[in-house]
Design a protein around this ligand. Structure first.
Ligand SMILES: C[S@@+](CC[C@H](N)C(=O)[O-])C[C@H]1O[C@@H](n2cnc3c(N)ncnc32)[C@H](O)[C@@H]1O
Length: 311
C-alpha cells in the first residue's frame, strides 16, 4: 500500500478547513527570534526547544536512554500493526526502529519540520509535514498504532484534550494510542535543591508565556485525556529516572540529557528575564551538581488506550 494512502483523502488538507485546536497561545506576544545565539528556534509555534543539529543529537541520545529504561519502544500490547504514526517524530529514530521491527507495516513520522533528511530511512518509513495543533492530515481510522512522545513543551495545556482526541480520530477500531510524557514542574524533579528549583521557576515562567503546562497537570492527566477521547483499556504507567551517577549508568546519561535540554533554553530564558546567559548557564551547572547530592529523580509516564472495535 503506498504511503500517500494515509494522507487525508476524503477531506481537504486539515490546515485549510479544520479549525486549529484552541491553545490559548498568542504567537505575536512571545515568538522568539529565529536565531538566539548559536541556536535556532521555530517562530510562530509554542514549541520551546531549538530545532538544530545540537537538538537532533540530544533527541537521539534521549531516545536511547528511554528505550533502555522502558526496555523497548512501547508498552501498548500491539500485535502486527499495518499502519503506524509517530506524531512529533523529531529525528525519526523511534519510527525508524518501529519500521525495522515491523517491516510489513507502513510507518509515518509527522513533525513541523523534517530533520535528518540526508539519512536513508527504512523503505517502509515516510515523513509527513504537519502540525498537531492544526489537526492531522489523515483520514479517520487510518492507523493501528499512534504514538506521541515528549510534546509537553510543544502543546499548550488547554490544547491537550483536543490534541489527544485528534490522535484517537486517526486510530482505527482495535488500534492503540500511546503517549509518553515528562514535566518541567519542580514537583516532577524530586527531591531537588535550590538551583534546580530556581531554574524550574524561570523555565516554568517561560513555558507559561506560551500556555504550556508548568504544574505537571498534563503528565498526570494522560489517562484522563485518552478516556475522554473515547479510548478503552486505558493504562497509566508512571516511572522515574534517576539523575546523576548515584543512579548508575542510566542516571548519568539522563543527567547529561537534562543538562543539555536546559542549556538548549538558556538563551531565551536569559533574554526573557533580563539575565546574562552566563548567569543562567552557571545556575544550570549548580543544578546538575545538586542532582547527585539530593538523589533527584525525573518523573515520566506512559499512558495507552485502545480504540473500541465499535464506535
Ligand atoms: C522534544 S521533541 C520529541 C521528539 C520525539 N517524539 C522523541 O521523543 O524523540 C518534540 C518534537 O515535537 C515537534 N513538534 C513541536 N510542536 C509540534 C506540533 N505542533 N506538531 C507536530 N510536531 C511538533 C518538534 O518539532 C520536535 O521534533
Amino acid at each position: 500500500m503506498p504511503w500517500w494512502f494515509f494522507r487525508r483523502r476524503s477531506r481537504p488538507a486539515a490546515s485549510q478547513t479544520a479549525p486549529a485546536i484552541a491553545s490559548g497561545w498568542l504567537p505575536g506576544e512571545v515568538a522568539l527570534p529565529l536565531l538566539h545565539g548559536s541556536r535556532r528556534y521555530l517562530q510562530e509555534q509554542p514549541y520551546l526547544l531549538p530545532k538544530d543539529l545540537g537538538e537532533v543529537n540530544r533527541l537521539d541520545f534521549q531516545h536511547y536512554i528511554l528505550r533502555a529504561v522502558l526496555r523497548g519502544n512501547y508498552l501498548a500490547p500491539i500485535q502486527q500493526p499495518r499502519r503506524i504514526l509517530d506524531v512529533g517524530c523529531g529525528t525519526g529514530q523511534w519510527a525508524f526502529e518501529l519500521a525495522q521491527q515491523f517491516p510489513q507495516a507502513q510507518v509515518v513520522g509527522l513533525d513541523l519540520e523534517q530533520v535528518k533528511a540526508a539519512t536513508s530511512p527504512p523503505p517502509n518509513y515516510h515523513f509527513v509535514q504537519g502540525d498537531i495543533l492544526q489537526g492531522l492530515p489523515f483520514d479517520d481510522n487510518s492507523f493501528d498504532f499512534v504514538h506521541q512522545r515528549l510534546l509537553f513543551l510543544a502543546i499548550p495545556q488547554a490544547a491537550w484534550p483536543d490534541a489527544v482526541q485528534e490522535l484517537a480520530r486517526v486510530t482505527a477500531p482495535g488500534g492503540w494510542v500511546e503517549l509518553v510524557e515528562s514535566s518541567p514542574a519542580p514537583q516532577d524533579l524530586t527531591p531537588s535543591g535550590p538551583a534546580t528549583q530556581e531554574f524550574c521557576r524561570l523555565g516554568g515562567a517561560l513555558a507559561a508565556l506560551r500556555g504550556l503546562d508548568t504544574e505537571g497537570t498534563v503528565l498526570r492527566s494522560l489517562a484522563h485525556y485518552l478516556e475522554k477521547a473515547g479510548l478503552a483499556n486505558v493504562h497509566y504507567h508512571p516511572f522515574d529516572v534517576p539523575l546523576g551517577k548515584w543512579g548508575g549508568r542510566l542516571g548519568s546519561l539522563m543527567a547529561m540529557n537534562l543538562h543539555e535540554a536546559w542549556k538548549a533554553i538558556s538563551a531565551p530564558t536569559a533574554a526573557r528575564f533580563s539575565r546574562s546567559e552566563q548567569e543562567i548557564l552557571q545556575l544550570i551547572e549548580q543544578a546538575s551538581q545538586e542532582w547527585n547530592k539530593y538523589r533527584t529523580q525525573l518523573h515520566f509516564a506512559v499512558a495507552y488506550g485502545q480504540q473500541p472495535f465499535t464506535r
